[in-house]
Design a protein around this ligand. Structure first.
Ligand code: GLA
Length: 395
């Protein structure tokens, strides 16, 4: 009887641990212990992708220095799919003549290859989805040498809408993600599992239980400051749900695509680093300006994102358009972003004691790559319109 009670207590403890936000769970695959870094085809190329494009991006990831800065995944998004054969096996379309050879090429560069599908019959771009073929598709990806799957809800949305209740609809969604998790796991190949369902049903609360290594928290980003800022600054409060192996994903980067100013792209990159977000570049890596490369490969900024503690930062304060965000780092220091959401420069003051420090701190300006030595509060700073003053601060 006593033994039974102990066993019940252990089971209850184990299941409550599974439900703790941000806690590692038995559902996890041990991958993505830091937020994934890489490149994805969608933001720049949309449907215009083929084997040559992907190879060129892989080569440019190496020659630009991005691989050495930590970028690893080359992810093919929607529109690679062709048709299924009589056995139901998916084949790429004619623009991808040999997916295994492409994976071998990407691997030969010291990089990893990602692919895209949907739990519906069709993807967002109306290409073949995985519905009813989950196990077969996972096996095909593993045989090709795929290392990462972005699984985009799109095609399943009609079924979800047609469900008798919202709860029944959510169950269809959750079951579909579990099905692919199990399919991927059964292949024995380590494949990062990226959930893309735009944050529906507060996915950060259950993403780990369906095996997600990352989950999109919002709808799609685009290459305009307004949309990037709307997404990035809306992440306040989500930090406790992320951690090693399971990350909030505010969508891929737009840095270098041309729709924002350099200050706006520095804001984008700094905010994503504080958010401990996946850093998936979304530009054409073969035509980058030195400024774009400098933003994407800034070692101090990447170190904030990839910090070993794996803690997501959060908003500390907002004063009209000035927002201060901070991220705790493993060595006891903090990354601090003073963001100006207004279009013109603004002068403000930073009080370090409100950030958990004393009245004087040691600081480094990460975008200027400048050691500021010891600075004292109230520290007055002028932040460019839509820009950021980005610091690493320690005692
Ligand atoms: C959705 C996703 C995007 C992209 C497209 C492809 O919109 O959110 O990131 O994958 O589908 O069709």
């Amino acid at each position: 009887m006593k033994l039974l009670r102990i066993r019940i207590a252990c089971v209850a403890l184990a299941s409550s641990l599974l439900l703790l936000p941000g806690a590692a769970s038995a559902q996890q695959n041990g991958l993505a212990m830091r937020p994934p870094m890489g490149w994805n085809s969608w933001n720049h190329f949309h449907r215009k992708i083929d084997d040559a494009t992907i190879r060129a991006q892989a080569e440019a990831m190496v020659s630009s220095g991005m691989r050495d800065a930590g970028y690893t995944y080359i992810n093919i998004d929607d529109t690679w799919q062709g048709t299924r054969d009589a056995q139901g096996i998916i084949h790429p379309n004619s623009r991808f003549p040999d997916m295994k050879a492409l994976a071998d090429f990407v691997h030969s560069k010291g990089l990893k290859l990602g692919i895209y599908s949907s739990p519906g019959t069709l993807t967002c771009a109306k290409f073949e989805g995985s519905y009813g073929h989950e196990l077969q598709d996972a096996q095909t990806y593993a045989a090709w040498g795929i290392d990462y799957l972005k699984y985009d809800l799109c095609g399943l949305r009609d079924q979800i809408k047609a469900a008798p209740t919202p709860e029944a609809g959510n169950k269809i969604m959750v079951d579909a993600y579990i099905k692919m998790r199990d399919a991927l796991r059964s292949t024995g190949r380590p494949i990062v599992y990226s959930l893309c369902q735009y944050g529906n049903d507060a996915v950060w609360r259950w993403g780990t239980t369906v095996g997600g290594n990352l989950w999109r928290t919002t709808g799609d980003i685009n290459d305009h400051y307004s949309r990037m800022a709307e997404i990035g600054f809306s992440q306040a409060g989500l930090s406790r749900f992320a951690g090693p192996g399971h990350w909030n994903d505010p969508d891929m980067l737009e840095v270098g695509n041309g729709g924002m100013t350099a200050d706006e792209y520095r804001t984008h990159m700094a905010l994503w680093a504080i958010l401990t977000a996946p850093l998936l570049a979304g530009n054409d890596l073969t035509t980058m300006t030195p400024e774009t490369i400098a933003i994407l490969t800034n070692r101090d900024v990447i170190a904030v994102d990839q910090d070993a503690a794996g803690k997501q930062g959060d908003r500390v304060s907002a004063e009209g358009p000035i927002e201060i965000w901070a991220k705790p780092l493993e060595d006891g220091s903090k990354a601090v972003g003073v963001f100006n959401r207004a279009p013109s420069p603004l002068t403000t003051q930073v009080d370090f004691s409100k950030l958990g420090f004393g009245h004087a701190v040691k600081a480094k300006d990460l975008w200027q790559a400048k050691d500021l030595g010891t600075i004292r509060e109230p520290y007055t700073v002028t932040v460019p319109g839509h820009g950021v003053f980005f610091l690493r601060v320690s005692k």
